[in-house]
Design a protein around this ligand. Sequence first.
Ligand code: FAD
Length: 394
Amino acid sequence: MSIKIPDFNNTKYAFQYKDNKALANTKFVFGLFNYPWLVKVLTTSADLVLKYRLPGKAIIKQTVFKVFCAGENLDQAFNTIRLLSKYHVKAVLDYVSESESSDAGYAENTKRIKANVINLSKEFPGHYVSIKLAGLENYHFLKKLSEPNYQKTNEEETRFNQLMSRVDEICAAAFEHNICIYFDAEERCTQDIYDYIVERMMEKYNKQKAVIYNTLQMYLTDRVAYLERVIKESKEKQYYAGIKIVRGAYLEKENKRAADAGKVSPVFQTKPGTDKSFDTAIDLCLANISHVYLCIASHNENSIMHAIKEVNRLNIIDGKQKVSFSQLLGMSDNLTFNLAEAGLEVSKYLPYGEVEKAIPYLIRRADENKSVDGQMGRELRLLTSEIKRRKSNA
Ligand SMILES: Cc1cc2nc3c(=O)[nH]c(=O)nc-3n(C[C@H](O)[C@H](O)[C@H](O)COP(=O)(O)OP(=O)(O)OC[C@H]3O[C@@H](n4cnc5c(N)ncnc54)[C@H](O)[C@@H]3O)c2cc1C
């Protein structure tokens, strides 16, 4: 049976999980993003407010944090998951810990993620947990391990084995408790070691279905070739490749790092270049769907429509099990909830944690959503339209 084509303009379904107050708050936040200078002032002051403990945390908590984060603790995050579940939207539980930098912190994160896997499975089997490897090990160490032909010292070998054990402990818990793991992608300079680690976990735990997913940033010029290699190896070694594709969140940083080092940038230099690479990855995964589970993590309507049409055209019978979609909390609800309404597997990334730790994440969301040309953004248009619709129906 073919997949129903969703109507992404249906704002009634899109915002059904928000009451009028939550809708007004979301509109207020996206309204601020319409002024790029204000975004600059706010993102700079957010850092200062928390660094110097200035008053203002409560404002951040009641506005941007409320829109983009699922809560300050697990109980609050679970309330958000319960709400989304009513509309058949799954959760990707994502503890915000981007700035971790101590051994004790890495150990604590490992314990927390494993506990999250187990707790989530009790109420929400089949949902997801995301992991950033830089939250489990030192960034500079990961970077060193990603250098081509790097020879580890004995001490580094021991340290690396400890990391593998920590990662394995989490993946084993996910396998046992029916939770899937998304390993997030970060900077290109650490990606080679991420790929190595995640591939070993896929080999071990993806024999019957994909439990473990690697993230491929399709703005990287080498990722289509990488995808081809992983699919080939998954066939040879007889496991399912779990592939989550994104466009990539560190464009400026990658370009700057390459320019500073006098090297060619690892990312495409045009948006159409990235778009083509993203859609090529969809096509490759669908052509090999007997060995692949694909998650399309994107807010791009064209790519999502492309995937749905291709699943129908290729008559992929288990398309609803093997192809899923994911968006970030607070963004593109018109995609998430209309995909769910069409009966597709769809999830929301739910970052949760202390407001202080969420600041880098919130700054990225503000930057991503700021208006570049003073035009009303897509989110703001949809929110305005839903508020009008509710008023006219009242
Ligand atoms: C559920 C989910 C999980 C995510 N997980 C990760 C993750 O693990 N790692 C990660 O890095 N990101 C992650 N992201 C963010 C993602 O990489 C994108 O930054 C974001 O989703 C915007 O891309 P898009 O496909 O939604 O849509 P679009 O708005 O169509 O694309 C914007 C993206 O296109 C690319 N782009 C823009 N201009 C140019 C240009 N001039 N040249 C080349 N490329 C350009 C950039 O990647 C930019 O982010 C995630 C996003 C989602 C929705």
